[in-house]
Design a protein around this ligand. Structure first.
Ligand SMILES: Nc1ncnc2c1ncn2[C@@H]1O[C@H](COP(=O)(O)OP(=O)(O)OP(=O)(O)O)[C@@H](O)[C@H]1O
Ligand SMILES: [Mg+2]
Length: 460
């Protein structure tokens, strides 16, 4: 869908295909996304002034916070990255600056744009690759467009004659065979650039070099000439490798870099998960980095600053930040005031109950019931769920969530896995059978576990 058509209403409709309920949150992210489109369409002067309206999603675990953000990013192809805010407080991350998330986002965007560019040049690359393959299969004759020969004629004088070689019919014949797939079993030898990834390089590159915007792998790659490696492969694989190589060559990396950075700056989305974990607690005891310290580190990036990446400088002024957290013991107002101001929009997500679970099980494009049905179909086993079975599953999930920990829709995963344990194991021997999962079946598989609290603690 083109961005012009992504109205807030359309965005919500799209999100509805995957996430049940949580209308308020969907509305908020839809507006935020549309606002970015609007910003890109106002005068440049005004556009500079408009900052993104960052959002905090507040809600218990497993109710769709991450899912909403992820689906949103997919809608308009925005570079999207999910970061656990709490990881910056962990021991191992001391000194790992928060700017790394912008670098990761750029890296991701480069990957996206590169893939798009490759797709764009694919046809051209395929043509070139085919010619290269034909050259390998049938090495071209030494270049002699005109063959001049001296022919001795019968009467003693010499005549200069010109032979123009026939159009290369053998090559065209070979091309046809290739298209018809009749060379598919033949082997050819091709030279490919070896992927260099020694363990030594890995050690270097992980040790904080990225903070300087450097990439050791690239640097070393440039110092040492690329090694070529000969490989014997079948024709179709050879063609694939050659197409990749040609595509790589055709892609203009300078353009990719420029587009990718622009895309991050204009439409990047950073999803800051577990923002509540960097709230409160003075954190000066123990090994953790001060949580407030992390908030302060985050501030410049969220407020808009320039980050040095190995692809160049990246401005974060218009990157959209969506934060999420359960905020069970704390409140957004416990965040440092500067950060609160950068997240003007707060939306609450509701905890999920029986009714939502019924819909989550069946309605979304990727609904669990659909997933399991399709998976079992691959074994030739047809499973169907009756309505009261669905209700019973939803009921069980609600019950277990109430009695133990409320893990939201994630509970459905554990319950479904348990419920279908038997069938999942036996399916290959059940080919051709049909299994109807009704309320009795659900009761038979789950009741014993649900009634035994100790048991359910471990299994569900
Ligand atoms: N409202 C919903 N509709 C459909 N599926 C949902 C819904 N809420 C959660 N799910 C499913 O449950 C799983 C967990 O949801 P999600 O990752 O969004 O949780 P979360 O709210 O981010 O929780 P946490 O605070 O633990 O990160 C996802 O796989 C998602 O598909
Ligand atoms: Mg989450």
């Amino acid at each position: 869908m083109s961005p012009d058509d992504l109205t807030p209403r359309k965005i919500v409709e799209k999100l509805d295909q995957y996430i049940i309920g949580q209308q308020e949150a969907k509305r908020a992210v839809a507006i935020a996304l549309r606002n970015r489109w609007r910003r890109q369409n106002v005068s440049q002067e005004m556009g500079e002034e408009i900052s993104p309206k960052n959002i905090i999603m507040i809600g218990p675990t497993g109710v769709g916070k991450t899912e909403i953000a992820r689906r949103l990013a997919k809608l308009d192809n925005s570079p999207f990255i999910k970061v656990e805010a709490s990881k910056f407080t962990e021991v191992g991350y001391v000194g790992r600056d928060v700017e790394s998330m912008v670098r990761d986002l750029v890296e991701l965007s480069i990957g996206m744009v590169k893939a798009e560019e490759r797709d764009r040049v694919r046809t051209k690359a395929a043509e070139l690759a085919e010619d290269r393959l034909l050259d390998i299969l049938l090495p071209p004759k030494p270049v002699e467009k005109k063959v001049t020969d001296m022919i001795a004629s019968g009467n003693g004088t010499t005549i200069e004659a010109e032979y123009v070689p026939e159009p290369d019919t053998t090559r065209e014949k070979l091309r046809r065979l290739l298209h018809e797939g009749r060379l598919d079993t033949r082997f050819v030898e091709i030279e490919t650039a070896e992927v260099r990834s020694g363990p030594m390089v890995e050690i270097f590159s992980s040790a904080g070099m990225e903070d300087m915007g450097l990439n050791v792998k690239d640097m070393l790659g440039n110092i040492f000439p690329q090694k070529k490696k000969k490989r014997r492969v079948k024709v179709p694989e050879a063609l694939e490798i050659l197409v990749d190589e040609e595509a790589q060559r055709l892609v203009d990396m300078d353009k990719v870099t420029k587009t990718a950075i622009e895309r991050v700056e204009q439409s990047g989305i950073v999803f800051l998960d577990e923002i509540d974990k960097i709230v409160g607690g003075d954190g000066t005891h123990g090994p953790d980095v001060s949580r407030e310290g992390v908030q302060r580190d985050l501030l410049p990036i969220v407020e808009g600053s320039t980050v040095n990446t190995r692809y160049g400088l990246v401005r974060t002024d218009h990157v959209l930040f969506i934060a999420a957290g359960a905020f069970s013991a704390t409140k957004p107002s416990d965040l440092i005031p500067e950060l609160q101001g950068r997240f003007p929009i707060r939306v609450e997500l509701n905890s999920l109950g029986r009714e939502e679970f019924i819909r989550i099980l069946t309605e979304p494009h990727n609904a669990l019931v659909k997933q399991y049905t399709e998976m079992m179909a691959t074994e030739g086993v047809r499973i169907t769920f009756t309505e009261d079975a669905i209700a019973a599953i939803a009921e069980t999930a609600t019950l277990v969530n109430d009695r133990m920990e409320n893990i939201g829709a994630r509970r459905l995963y554990t319950i479904m896995e348990r419920l279908l344990d038997e069938i999942s194991f036996e399916a290959p021997e059940m080919r051709g059978q049909e299994v109807v999962i009704d309320a009795d079946y659900v009761a038979g598989e789950l009741d014993e576990i649900v009634e035994d609290e100790d048991l359910s603690r471990y299994i569900l």
